[in-house]
Write a protein that binds this ligand. Structure first.
Ligand SMILES: [Zn+2]
Ligand SMILES: [Zn+2]
Length: 347
């Protein structure tokens, strides 16, 4: 089969590799769609906890090709998505029912073979069937929607909360939709790129604001005109430390500030501990997910979380370099999807 293989950071090639062995309690999936996200860019640049050699790709959907003897009721031909997170069940955190903090957290496409390949092998208990009317490209958003569901669990939004989100990439737009559905009375999505804000509006985000990339004073003035008291929830969904540092400016007393981007590990920001103390601010991180796929699929299946206008481009495996460049430049695209095999767009 064909697969994108990294042997070290910044170096990948399209290789002919053996189709992975399907164990007794596993399923072999023929990948139809696999989204590229900022995590893949970090993996490419060597900023993430990846182990090489690696086949990246963690947002995949496809068709079951083959199942092991103990793969439950999965069968060849099933249309599926798969949760890429795998947990040891036996470490300090797993034994305390905190699976996300698993000390042996294994993530297909991050530190195990993922979906930028013709086939991927997944534990059967991580595979979820999808309905016929959910196409593979939309289904490949189950992972990012699951991460946003986990984000909502972390945020704990209250009815009537006012929320500000910086960053109108797929992650920010999906989280904004969930916040609108999940009780916030106001969700302001702020970002510099107009076409991304337009895409968000098409998906039902009620309030967007174009801000400048570096002029924080001008941005603060614009946002304060609309919300003089600030917000109950302030989210950085850009992954840029400079933007994360601005979130505190817009916090009401008692607000929650959420860091929802993949930051460079070495980046630091200044915080004012007196302000956090006196205004009782809560700083929250939200990273990845476990066990959120079923809830994410509920939203995608009924189209209550919409992702259709987020899909900007499709590429084949052979075009991975161009696809990755499109994501890195980020200016003209939201979600870029790889469709392995010959079909450029797969239903
Ligand atoms: Zn991702
Ligand atoms: Zn564990």
């Amino acid at each position: 089969m064909k697969a994108i293989v990294y042997h070290r950071a910044n170096e990948f090639s399209l290789e002919d590799t053996a189709i992975p062995e399907c164990g007794d309690d596993q399923a072999l999936i023929r990948v139809k769609s696999c989204g590229i996200c900022k995590t893949d860019v970090h993996i490419h640049q060597g900023h993430f906890t990846s182990r090489f050699p690696l086949v990246p790709g963690h947002e995949f959907s496809g068709i079951v090709e083959k199942t092991g003897k103990r793969a439950g009721n999965l069968a060849a031909g099933d249309r599926v998505v798969a949760d890429n997170a795998s947990l040891c069940g036996d470490c300090y955190y797993c034994r305390r029912d905190k699976p996300l903090y698993c000390e042996n957290f294994h993530s297909l496409g991050v530190n195990g073979p993922g979906g930028f390949a013709d086939f991927v092998v997944v534990d059967a208990n991580k595979v979820f069937r999808i309905p016929d009317d959910l196409d593979f490209d939309r289904a490949s958003f189950t992972e990012p929607v699951a991460c946003a569901v986990h984000g909502m669990d972390r945020i704990g939004a209250q009815c009537g909360d006012q929320a500000l989100i910086f960053g109108a990439g797929p992650a920010g737009i999906i989280l904004a939709q969930l916040l609108q559905l999940g009780g916030a009375s106001d969700v302001l999505l702020a970002a510099p790129t107009l076409f991304k804000l337009k895409a968000a509006e098409e998906l039902g985000i009620r309030e967007t604001l174009q801000i400048s990339r570096g002029d924080h004073a001008a941005n603060e003035k614009l946002i304060r005109e609309r919300y003089p008291k600030g917000f109950d929830i302030v989210i950085d969904a850009t992954g840029a430390g400079a933007v994360a540092g601005q979130c505190f400016r817009f916090a009401k007393k008692g607000a929650k500030i959420i860091f929802y981007g993949v930051y460079n590990e070495s980046e630091t920001i200044a915080m004012n501990p007196y302000r956090i103390f006196a205004d009782e601010l809560t700083v929250i991180g939200s990273c990845a997910q476990t066990h959120c796929f079923p809830r994410a699929l509920q939203y995608l299946t009924k189209n209550t979380v919409r992702v259709d206008t987020l899909i900007s481009r499709h590429y084949r495996l052979e075009e991975y370099a161009t696809a990755l460049d499109t994501v890195i430049s980020g200016k003209e695209s939201l979600k870029v999807i790889i469709n392995p095999g010959s079909c450029r767009y797969s239903k």
